[in-house]
Design a protein around this ligand. Structure first.
Ligand code: NDP
Length: 240
């Protein structure tokens, strides 16, 4: 039976690789995005995957968007909360706006994405919740108090959902990527990027497909005993 998967931020970067991998795994996939229509259009043309536009930071928009996806593709079995942003600044310069933007998207956005699909998963006694956290939620990072707080919070969400969903056949797990070659990382100054690569024992940035492999594994029907876990994929940069 083909599973239906929702990937937020699924049109670019890591999310696009996840969407493609889940499609290759045989899922019906819906990929969401926030505002970059050109990237979404190009993604659909390339992959044939349906895209939907809403802001994960807004609960009503998320619930309405998810209802539309379920009307189009059927009940969502696999939800990948991947959409995320950075608004970096050293703490003494970080504005309340930078704090709230990142909290609203990366942390509340996970609530807004999983909460509307949760009752259906409970009723159907099957679900896979996968949250894309970050190495910087595990270890903290200079100028990322906001981002690290959200990504650490995402791990708390997953561990709690794992306990609540277990008896209903739902698993909740996290993937913590290290530095991956997406626009988010390529946007940092080249000097900073070179310094980052110098800290990665593998000697290179990760590829989005290497994160998609982790998601594919966690999303599989056969992964039902893996619950509340975190897969770190960071080139050996940090061990928990
Ligand atoms: P990108 O910036 O390449 O892509 C982000 C995607 O999320 C886009 O599709 C974007 O839509 C969407 N998005 C952003 N904000 C919202 C929003 N408010 N509502 C809906 N969709 C939104 O990001 P990455 O692929 O680099 O990152 C993906 C995830 O992986 C993030 O959670 C990030 O924190 C995490 N991560 C990334 C790492 C890296 O090295 N790249 C390392 C560790 C974790 P649109 O195209 O419309 O802008």
């Amino acid at each position: 039976m083909a599973r239906t998967a929702l990937v937020t931020g699924g049109t670019r970067g890591i999310g696009a690789a996840i969407s493609k991998q889940l499609k290759a795994d045989g899922c019906n996939v819906a990929a969401t995005y926030a505002g970059n229509d050109d990237a979404a259009k190009a993604f659909t043309e390339e992959t044939g995957i349906a895209t939907y536009k809403w802001n994960v930071a807004d609960y009503e928009e998320s619930a309405a968007g998810i209802a539309k996806v379920e009307a189009d593709l059927g009940p969502i079995d696999i939800v990948v909360a991947n959409a995320g942003i950075t608004k970096d600044a050293p703490f003494h310069k970080m504005t309340p706006e930078q704090w709230h933007q990142v909290i609203d998207t990366n942390l509340t956005g996970v609530f807004n994405t999983v909460h509307p699909v949760w009752p259906g998963m409970r009723e159907r006694k099957f679900g896979r919740v996968i949250v894309i956290s970050s190495i910087n939620g595990q270890k903290g990072q200079f100028a990322q108090v906001n981002y690290a707080a959200t990504k650490a919070g995402d791990l708390g969400i997953v561990k709690s959902l794992a306990q609540e969903g277990a008896r209903a056949g739902i698993t909740a797990n996290a993937v913590c990527p290290g530095y991956i070659a997406t626009e988010m990382v390529m946007a940092v100054p080249e000097k900073v990027r070179e310094a980052i690569i110098g800290q990665i024992p593998t000697g290179r940035l990760g590829e989005p497909e290497e994160i998609a492999r982790c998601v594919s594994f966690l999303a599989a029907d056969g992964s039902g005993f893996i619950n509340g876990s975190t897969i770190s994929a960071n080139g050996g940069q940090f061990f928990v």
